[in-house]
Design a protein around this ligand. Structure first.
Ligand SMILES: NC(=O)c1ccc[n+]([C@@H]2O[C@H](COP(=O)([O-])OP(=O)(O)OC[C@H]3O[C@@H](n4cnc5c(N)ncnc54)[C@H](O)[C@@H]3O)[C@@H](O)[C@H]2O)c1
Length: 99
């Protein structure tokens, strides 16, 4: 999960209700207290990273849920963006430049 602000809350029930198919493996978040509060809801420990590169380097990730502010979606989810190494990328915004 990239970003763990207001919209991330709407995704929590999916993780809570389907632990058989979904596990939150890592959070990338600039605000440590937001990330810690989100991670504290889970019955397992979730590594938190302030930098995406660090997460990609250290965490095991199969898919990315992007809940960043509007302007940061395109630079991260486009085919050459920071999340390009992750094949499955769910963005909460249309993947085009934000104007
Ligand atoms: N809040 C909603 O009900 C809602 C509903 C549908 C869609 N959305 C969309 O979801 C997206 C996120 O919205 P939100 O309401 O959660 O915003 P938010 O500001 O509450 O959360 C965004 C989080 O991203 C973090 N962040 C910012 N830059 C970062 C970076 N470079 N790396 C890592 N973390 C970073 C912030 O610290 C913050 O915690 C937006 O595009 C919004 O339009 C929100």
């Amino acid at each position: 999960m990239i970003g763990s602000g207001a919209e991330a809350r709407h995704h929590f029930p999916a993780f809570r209700d389907r632990p058989d198919i979904l596990r939150l493996s890592a959070i990338c978040e600039k605000n440590p207290s937001a990330a810690s509060a989100f991670a504290a809801q889970f019955p397992y420990s979730i590594p938190i990273f302030a930098e995406l590169d660090d997460l990609l380097d250290k965490a095991q990730v199969e898919a990315a849920l992007v809940v960043l502010p509007h302007n940061l979606h395109f630079p991260n989810v486009n085919s050459t963006g920071g999340l390009a190494p992750i094949f499955h990328r769910l963005s909460k915004k249309v993947a085009k430049p934000f104007r």
